[in-house]
Design a protein around this ligand. Structure first.
Ligand SMILES: NC(=O)c1ccc[n+]([C@@H]2O[C@H](COP(=O)([O-])OP(=O)(O)OC[C@H]3O[C@@H](n4cnc5c(N)ncnc54)[C@H](OP(=O)(O)O)[C@@H]3O)[C@@H](O)[C@H]2O)c1
Length: 264
């Protein structure tokens, strides 16, 4: 790893939601050599403890708390207690997220509310609580995890798309309001993690969680404002944002019916 990237992360206090699996876990593993004071949050505390145990000899320290990000009180108390223990919060990796089919025939209110409460409210609670610490410090980094699914309204994943583009807009507003804080919005393409492993034939340009973590920690250290990866997904994302709605709708409809047939 390049010296500038190491010096950006070295010794930082880093809070990460959804550290028990996939991208969150891979980010913790990638940052662990840099003497980080970690705060690991998620519902599956046993997974957080086993990750902390596995990495504990590598020079970083771990503060672990079971936390459901849909519950505002749990998030606020976790951030407050971690801050009391660490003395500061340098970076918040706002990563917890779930997905699900919310197409018209498969609509389920519990699923819809859970996606919104996890991806959107969970992110708002975490960002707000961390900013309460970072603003008096006059420094800090907020990393928002969106998705390539936010490029346009994605058929069958409408609620997931909605939460991710909402987070993007929220972070963009905050970045304009609070120049003393670094905001990096990341839109991953397909990464091989449990969120998309089941019955998903759409995983184009798939990369490993380890590679994704390296790319993301580098992008944050380079202070990117928006980071979309891998590069082919970035091109697709940019193109999809500018094509007219009528053309987009036709392509999206055909793609979905092709994938539905493949999955049946
Ligand atoms: N993998 C991809 O291809 C991809 C692409 C684009 C965006 N993303 C985004 O990347 C982020 C991480 O996803 P992943 O790929 O790593 O999937 P994952 O392996 O399924 O991990 C999701 C993480 O979110 C946590 N989480 C879910 N609900 C939670 C809740 N109510 N409270 C606290 N934590 C919760 C889970 O922890 P617990 O279950 O222990 O609570 C888990 O650690 C998500 O925001 C996802 O939308 C992923």
């Amino acid at each position: 790893m390049n010296k500038k990237i190491i010096s950006y992360w070295e010794g930082k206090s880093v809070l990460i939601t959804g550290a028990s699996s996939g991208l969150g876990r891979a980010v913790v593993e990638a940052l662990a050599p840099y003497h980080i004071n970690f705060c690991l949050l998620s519902r599956r505390e046993e997974k957080l403890n086993s990750l902390a145990g596995k990495l504990s000899d590598g020079g970083s320290s771990f503060w672990v708390r079971k936390c459901d990000v849909r519950d505002r009180a749990q998030v606020l108390s976790a951030v407050k207690d971690y801050h009391a223990s660490a003395g500061r919060i340098d970076a918040a990796w706002v990563n917890s997220g779930i997905s699900g089919d919310t197409s018209f025939p498969r609509w389920d209110w519990d699923r819809v509310e859970s996606i919104i409460n996890t991806n959107l409210y969970g992110s708002l609670y975490t960002i707000r609580a961390c900013l309460e610490v970072m603003l008096p410090q006059n420094s800090g980094t907020i990393i928002g995890i969106g998705s390539a699914a936010s490029m346009r309204g994605l058929p069958t994943r409408g609620i997931y798309s909605l939460t991710k583009i909402s987070l993007h807009y929220f972070i963009e507003s905050l970045a304009a309001e609070l120049p003393q804080i670094q905001f990096t919005m990341i839109h991953p393409g397909f990464v091989d993690t449990p969120i998309n492993r089941k019955g998903n034939s759409r995983r184009i340009w798939l990369i490993s969680a380890e590679k994704a973590a390296d790319m993301m920690i580098t992008a944050v250290a380079r202070r990117k404002k928006i980071y979309i990866y891998p590069w082919r997904m970035k091109l697709l994302y940019r193109l999809a944002r500018v094509i007219p709605t009528s053309i987009y709708a036709g392509i999206a409809r055909k793609t979905v019916s092709w994938h539905r047939k493949k999955e049946e």
